[in-house]
Ligand binder design. Sequence first.
Ligand SMILES: C[S@@+](CC[C@H](N)C(=O)[O-])C[C@H]1O[C@@H](n2cnc3c(N)ncnc32)[C@H](O)[C@@H]1O
Length: 254
Amino acid sequence: MKLTIDSEKKTLLLETNDKSREIDLYSKEAFELISRQWLKMGWNQKYTYTFSWMGRPVIQLPEDMIRTQEVIFSLRPDVIIETGVAHGGSLIFSASLCKALGKGRVIGIDIEIRPHNRKAIEEHDLSPYITLVEGSSIAPEIVEQVKSLIQPGETTLVILDSNHSRQHVLGELQAYGDLVTQGSYIVATDGIMQDLYDVPRGKEDWAEDNPVMAVENFISEHPEFVLETPPWQFNESNLDQNITHWPCAWLKKK
Ligand SMILES: C[S@@+](CC[C@H](N)C(=O)[O-])C[C@H]1O[C@@H](n2cnc3c(N)ncnc32)[C@H](O)[C@@H]1O
């Protein structure tokens, strides 16, 4: 696919294999096509490595954070489980929402929680809302440890943001899917990898080895889940697609 922007003519030329089509540059369709390209460019520039939340670096696209906030606000989970802690920004983000809502706590799992990150998270004002678990998110003893931290009947939301290989994400979906409560989600983040195979910092094998593939495998064997991007809480536009690093990510428990 080739996109050519003509900002003077206000057109976007879309060329695919043997066909070409001129699109109004200010249309919904052009916005979505250019946004998809912009996401790839931003990923290559490490755009998501430029944000923080209440003092901690958070490696997320802000739109994905806003959408997550919309879900947390409407769902009001008792427990938010997150694999992939890194600097702790996403844990602090979720914890700040729990504090604001007066409900909920966060469990963060990472194979390696570096001492300076652990210290910063443990010394943060929101640390009472956070439990850190160190180890591989798919190791049986780690999964058991996480399960032991959850009481029967608690509403649980799970966000997977650790190793994004197909096999690992599939292992996480299988390990944590049981914990997701009815109407809540397990979120396999960073499916954008499927589009990054031709980006300078990307890898060719990501076309096949990515979280979306894991979701497809998982859902074919788990009819209790449906792939359903949460509806927007507010929309006075004609738009209806998330501009996201998390395509095909939101698995809702029926
Ligand atoms: C993308 S970062 C997480 C970013 C974080 N959620 C945020 O939004 O700021 C991925 C993290 O996954 C962790 N990780 C990699 N393999 C893992 C595994 N097998 N189990 C648990 N964590 C893993 C890495 O150590 C790294 O800190």
